[in-house]
Design a protein around this ligand. Structure first.
Ligand code: ADP
Length: 503
């Protein structure tokens, strides 16, 4: 039996409000009984006139049990006085939904959200309530709040700066480390600062000492769709001249339309690391300078002695001195490489700008390298008649390095193929060996400073891991490209491509 019938009303209230309104009541009940929210009608003294099925299910009572209760028996927050105040207030003023706590038949207390309206009905005022169990929502809110607090603590305490930017570039979140790194005393100060103000506080340069434009900041690039961009920037504070190095990595967060709408930037301070690196670079530069002078003298005296003993025809001594001379040349080459790497690091390798005939350069270089090798034959293929603009000596240094490596890393083969190919806008020189090859995972890193492939099963090859780094620097300065194609155990082809000089 439904509670809101003429019968039930007549035994709960002396003034039945519904007589003669059967059709309206039927519709009303139909809507209420199919509603997902609880519906309840209460008199000013708390007596309950009607509850729908959802309300009964939520509270665990049958309809009959429910109608015997007083609304205040099941609500934890309202006594008669407070309830009537609310009732009277709601007669005149529409109330927004509010939260209260109800107790189920089994005693469980749970939060409900309630919307109420007090309306005259059949000559008296009645409270119409709509109630919803919000325990799930509350729990989710609590969990969210908890994880937010945890995240807040983590972000506050990590050494890295974290900022979040919206799609206009405005910083909408920053932790303390980010505020300090951006030159502000507090997070609030940073958040209230005008857009990009923090960038204007610093002179920014990249690792090569070139000015760094704010347009290239990874946050902006991530917003434009680049995947996880990162940069290393040197920040010099314009007023205090304090130097800081930072690595900035950015990640975009996408909306339902797959468009980035937020960017998270992680800023790691690497000043200390950079200082150590600079100290190491300075040491290498100084040490190679110091080594250069005595080795040059050694070379001069060795040559003097060679001349004299050759003249005197003392063969045995000449042989030893020649070997010494070769070793001194090797030493000189190593020292020169170390000097070059220090210079390249600070962008100070000098380059001439002259016309370089590629065929001649490749032939002469191959000839020089051939003289130092009895085991390998360097075989030249193709010609180009190409001319490029650049530094013949530096480009020769690149080729010597590739040919020397081809010989060094193919101890069990006898041929190195050198190919010159002229394409539309570039000339390409390939140096192919049939040696140990390079595993895929190392190939991209070979051109990094001091990178060497460590390979326990092969014998160790002498070297410093500098040659390819310098070769890469030189080729880049000639606006060319250098790359490797290789398969482990089958040999490698190193290629250099340079833009052609056109009259
Ligand atoms: P180095 O030869 O002095 O170690 P490089 O910079 O010239 O330094 O080369 C870097 C590394 O690349 C080498 O240590 C070697 O592992 C690898 N490599 C270079 N050329 C070859 C090649 N032709 N075949 C196999 N590995 C090579």
């Amino acid at each position: 039996m439904s509670a809101y019938s003429k019968d039930s009303i007549s035994h709960t209230t002396s003034q039945s409000a519904f007589e003669g309104n059967d059709e309206e009541i039927r519709k009303f009940k139909f809507f209420c009984d199919n509603a997902r929210d609880g519906n309840i009608i209460i008199k000013r003294d708390g007596r309950i006139l009607y509850v729908n099925k959802a309300q009964c299910a939520m509270m665990g009572y049958t309809e009959e049990e429910y109608l015997q209760l007083n609304a205040l028996d099941i609500d934890e927050n309202y006594d008669m006085k407070r309830f009537q105040e609310l009732f009277d207030y709601a007669q005149h003023t529409p109330l927004p939904p509010f939260e209260t706590q109800n107790r189920k038949k089994d005693g469980t207390l749970f939060p409900v959200e309630v919307s109420i309206t007090v309306l005259p009905f059949g000559g008296e005022l009645l409270l119409f309530g709509v109630a919803r169990d919000i325990s799930q929502r509350k729990m989710a809110e609590e969990e969210l709040q908890q994880s937010k607090s945890q995240l807040e603590i983590i972000l506050k305490n990590i050494a890295d700066g974290i900022t979040v930017q919206d799609n206009t570039g405005k910083i909408i979140y920053a932790n303390q480390a980010a505020a300090i790194a951006s030159g502000y005393a507090s997070v609030e100060e940073l958040l209230n600062a005008p857009l990009l103000e923090y960038v204007q506080k610093f002179d920014m340069t990249d690792e090569n000492g070139q000015p760094f434009s704010p347009a290239d900041l990874p946050g902006r690039r991530a917003m434009q769709g680049e995947e996880n961009p990162q940069v290393i920037i040197k920040f010099v504070h314009k007023q205090t001249h304090e130097v800081r190095w930072a690595i900035i990595k950015s990640t975009a967060i996408f909306d339902a339309m797959h468009k980035p709408y937020l960017v998270i930037n992680a800023v790691q301070d690497i000043t200390r690391l950079k200082e150590l690196e600079q100290r190491k670079d300075q040491f290498i530069s100084m040490a190679s300078h110091e080594l250069k002078t005595p080795v040059t003298s050694l070379k001069v005296y060795t040559q003097l002695l060679l001349k004299r003993f050759t003249k005197e025809g003392i063969k045995e001594v000449v042989t030893y001195l020649s070997r010494m001379d070769t070793q001194i040349d090797k030493l000189t080459k190593l020292i020169q490489e170390l000097l070059d790497v220090s210079k390249a690091q600070v962008g100070k390798l000098e380059y001439a700008e002259e016309r370089v005939a590629i065929d001649t350069l490749v032939h002469e270089t191959a000839e020089t390298v051939q003289q130092g090798s009895t085991r390998h034959t360097l075989v030249l293929h193709g010609e180009s008649r190409a001319t490029v603009i650049g530094d013949a000596e530096r480009l020769g240094q690149v080729l010597i390095n590739l040919m020397d490596n081809a010989i060094k890393y193919s101890p069990h083969s006898h041929t190195v193929d050198i190919t010159i190919t002229q394409l539309q806008d570039v000339v390409r020189i390939g140096v192919r060996d049939y040696g140990i090859g390079i595993p895929q995972e190392h190939q991209e890193k070979l051109f990094e400073r001091f990178y060497r492939v460590s390979n326990s099963k092969d014998r160790t090859f002498p070297g410093l891991g500098i040659g390819l780094y310098i070769a890469h620097e030189i080729v880049m300065r000639h606006r060319g490209t250098i790359w490797v194609e290789s398969k482990e155990g089958e040999g490698s082809t190193f290629c250099v491509s340079l833009p052609l000089y056109k009259e």
